[in-house]
Design a binder for this molecule. Structure first.
Ligand code: G16
Length: 544
């Protein structure tokens, strides 16, 4: 087996977005595209010689090809060992756990998350650092800079590695260990949650449905929910990972999980419904007759976390991404713990978690997690909900309503305009940004007055770094907010996200339909941004 140094030419589009490099599969299939990017990652790191690299993906189309390349390049660059999930599979939170548990140098997570897969679908590569979390911007910036000038990569000339047999094998000077993707993750969950209480809940007749969306969480959910916690077989549906997600869209929201949502709204439906996405880091939570928004779920989990053994000592603090509703802020205030508002992207939580300043983090984009790993974690959120339900012996709906009565309700929705012409989207954002200084003081819909209007800049309190232009915030004197930003995970055109939020006090009305409750703000957003007018759309592509 010889190490080859292969000449290459740079691509100019390998800038990592919100969460790694995500592109259509045919883009990754271009000659040397994967090789260039992985070599650029390794060229931007120091001190990994002889160390462990974790590799795993969500099993989507091209996962198997990219993993073989990654292992060969890792071997040629001097890693001592690669740990890879059997069949190349690892959920994103499980990969984070493996990196931390085995003190790896870092890891490559191959996924495009909730984006569709298949030959014409999306693929992605993300580097996670030794803390188990997505690389911070200073690394992703260095990777991009390197990718624009790269002229060669190193690769081991070796046949395909067997990723199906658990155990170790030698690949050049490097060891490859194929591991059970589920075992370590399940063991970690056991340390956090009261499995006996959840078992008793299922034994009492509590019924749940978990939609793995033909994606990575199938094997994890079968093992944990059905085998370890005793949920009846059939609780997990769509539980076999498929390279194309069975031609579905593995995004656990009310559009792609509509069937499950509708089932939960029927009198004979189960008590609890949940789903996770392509790579297992997002979650959807629906109780009987009650959809829980991700922002509310974050607040509820933070307020009730002490009911689970892993958090019984309380939480150090909460962090949420800027567009996420302020529901969690009220919980932090009541608990007397730190609250942080970060830019969109799980990578921004890493420093706060490492410094022990926050325990629970969450985002409006269906992600919640804690300091047990450095990624958001879909099944973790489901298990924490189950633990809370087992202890409180109330329905999801009752728990949510009680929460609103104590803290008030943050009505919240996100309107997405997908595949918008990039030039139009940029122009729209630029023009609005230019008008921001003139907005404070303006009054809309008779009584909604703008209190502030800015483009969010984050100052990381741990390492002092600054991230500017993270989304436009328009705040009103009553606490309502309109936030506008461009997605950093789309792969075609631009996706405009409009986030809308209105607060209703504990003694206010909590039973309004969300879109209706936010109607005045939706109108103001259109007045201010003219999205429909400029894009020619009649409405959002997706409402969550
Ligand atoms: C990623 C990030 C999240 C972010 C989400 C949406 O999630 O990890 O932090 O909230 O994308 O980002 P954007 O609004 O820029 O599209 P995932 O689940 O796609 O890895």
């Amino acid at each position: 087996m010889t190490i080859l140094t292969v000449k290459t030419t740079p691509y100019n589009d390998q800038k990592p977005g919100t969460s790694g490099l995500r592109k259509r599969v045919p883009v990754f299939q271009q000659p040397n595209y994967v090789e260039n990017f992985i070599q650029s990652i390794f060229d931007s790191l120091e001190g990994f010689s002889g160390q462990i690299l974790v590799i795993g993906g969500d099993g989507r189309f091209y996962n198997d090809v990219a993993i073989q390349k990654a292992i060969r390049i890792a071997a040629a660059n001097g890693f001592g060992k690669v740990m890879v999930g059997q069949g190349g599979l690892l959920s994103t939170p499980a990969a984070s756990n493996i990196i931390r548990h085995y003190k790896a140098f870092g890891g490559l997570v191959l996924s495009a998350s909730h984006n569709p897969g298949g030959p014409e679908g999306d693929f992605g590569i993300k580097y996670n650092a030794g803390n188990g979390g997505p690389a911070p911007e200073k690394i992703t910036d260095a990777v991009f800079a390197r990718s624009t000038v790269i002229d060669s990569y190193k690769i081991l000339d070796t046949p395909d590695i067997d990723l199906h047999a658990i155990g170790t094998q030698q690949v050049g000077d490097m060891v490859v260990e194929v591991i059970d993707p589920v075992a370590d993750y399940a063991a970690l969950m056991r340390t956090l949650f009261d499995f006996d209480a959840i078992k008793a809940l299922f034994a009492s007749g509590f019924r749940m449905t978990f939609d793995a969306m033909h994606a990575i969480t199938g094997p994890y959910a079968h093992t944990i929910l059905e085998d370890l916690l005793g949920a009846p077989k059939g609780t997990v549906v769509n539980g076999t990972p498929s390279p194309t997600f069975n031609n579905g869209h593995p995004d656990p929201n009310l559009v792609y999980c509509k069937e499950m949502h509708d089932l939960l709204m029927t009198p004979d439906g189960p008590d609890f419904g949940a789903a996770s996405d392509g790579d297992g880091d997002r979650n959807l939570i629906i109780g009987k007759n009650r959809f829980v928004t991700p922002s509310d779920s974050l607040a509820l989990l933070a307020a009730n976390a002490h009911l689970a053994p892993g958090y019984k000592g309380g939480i150090a603090g909460i962090a949420r991404s800027m567009p996420t509703s302020a529901a969690a802020d009220r919980v932090a205030e009541k608990l007397g713990v730190e609250m942080h508002e970060t830019p969109t992207g799980w990578k921004f939580f890493g420093n706060l978690l490492d410094a022990g300043r926050v325990t629970i983090c969450g985002e409006e984009s269906a992600g919640t997690g804690s300091d047990h790993v450095r990624e958001k974690d879909g099944l973790w959120a489901v298990l924490l909900w189950l633990n809370i339900l087992a202890v409180r012996q109330q329905s999801v709906d009752a728990i949510v309503r009680e929460h609103w009565r104590s803290y008030g309700r943050n009505y919240y929705t996100r309107h997405d305009y997908e595949e918008v012409d990039v030039a139009i989207a940029n122009e729209l954002v630029d023009e609005l940004r230019a008008r921001l200084p003139s907005l404070p003081g303006r009054i809309f819909a008779d009584d909604l007055q703008i209190a502030y209007a800015d483009d969010f800049t984050y100052h990381d309190p741990v390492d002092g770094s600054t991230s500017a232009r993270q989304g436009i915030r328009i705040g009103f004197t009553d606490g309502s907010r309109i936030v506008l930003r461009l997605s950093g995970t789309g792969t075609v055109g631009a996706t405009l996200r409009v986030y809308l939020e209105r607060y209703e006090a504990p003694d206010g009305r909590h039973d309004l339909e969300t879109q209706l409750a936010l109607e005045p703000l939706i109108g103001i957003a259109e007045d201010l941004c003219k999205i429909r007018e400029r894009t020619g759309r009649t409405g959002p592509s997706v409402i969550t």
